[in-house]
Design a binder for this molecule. Sequence first.
Ligand code: NAD
Length: 360
Amino acid sequence: MEKNIAVIKGDGIGPEVVSETMKVLDAVGQKYNHQFHYTQILMGGCSIDAYGEPLTDEALAIAKSSDAVLLGSIGGNTSTSPWYKLSPNKRPEAGLLKIRKELGLFANLRPAYLYPELADACPLKEATSAKGFDMIIVRELTGGLYFGERSTKEVNGELVAHDNLIYSESEIRRIAIKAFEIARVRRKKITSVDKANVLDSSRLWRKVVNEVAKDYPDVEVEHMLVDNSAMQLVANPSQFDVVLTENMFGDILSDEASMITGSIGMLSSASLREDKFGLYEPSGGSAPDIAGKNVANPIATILSGAMMLRYSFDLNKEADAIEQAVRDVLKEGYRTVDIYKDGDKKVSTSEMGDLIASRV
Ligand code: NAD
């Protein structure tokens, strides 16, 4: 198989972790006879330095014409970098918002998996973490409260603010279908999270999810209120497989889920549209505090590369091979500094990339 990948190394640790991911993808290509063609484009601070804007139309056109986008991370130190003296629509993050919007990426997938080898980093009680967990949060990314009309006005001598939370049936249906498709290739269980005891938008959400469920009789569906979900995530995370939810609830719950894994450098993320196209990136940021030192953990980005193979290219056994290689390397005791403890074998970013590529 031949695929064109637009590569955005970005800022901070981005270039370091993306290079290791390309190394691992090339090892997969060699073993399974695929060719991945990379076209590098600039986005974020590096694009501001080169072209005066965070994402040029030319770079966007290359991303649009590719089969998938691999992103490191963008941005710098928000207190000291000159990029943050620019107006908000000229800053590094504006590039990210533009590419997500222009590519129509409405579904955000964030797996949260507790590696047994890293269980010490999990802040939950030992009895809870011992059971492990392996879930994926499917968050609607382009509707709801963050995209509704908003205003702040003076009424009767005081300020009154409002934000609209709007969802249409079609917006709910397309994200629900995405979640059911993912559940089908996992443990076939969906927890749909809403606030249907209060919100009309949640009642519509629940109705549409139940309608979509009829086409997936092999997938078990439960509905859970968001406040209970927040509690269940820390009380009994092993009960979750696919968690389907709207934009704001997903924003909050996905951060909570990543926290209980204990290590931001391990967490991948994918943003998808209706077809197979997607943008793949680590959950963390550009980590300017450790950039250029060859110490960042590349695993989050490497696992995002595995998600690209699985969700955009349908290369499931190749994705499995990367995930297994990561588990093997952890089992053998290799750790970058963020997940290192006494007795482990400390390795650099590039050594970790080499190890994973060699285990593929
Ligand atoms: P951050 O995620 O970059 O860093 C938080 C902490 O986690 C830091 O101590 C960092 O060293 C550590 N860390 C993050 N990734 C790591 C890795 N792979 N290996 C080891 N340690 C890692 O968050 P921040 O400091 O709040 O933000 C820094 C910059 O990143 C800001 O400009 C922010 O806007 C940007 N950012 C970008 C994205 C993105 O590109 N999608 C996402 C979040 C933040």
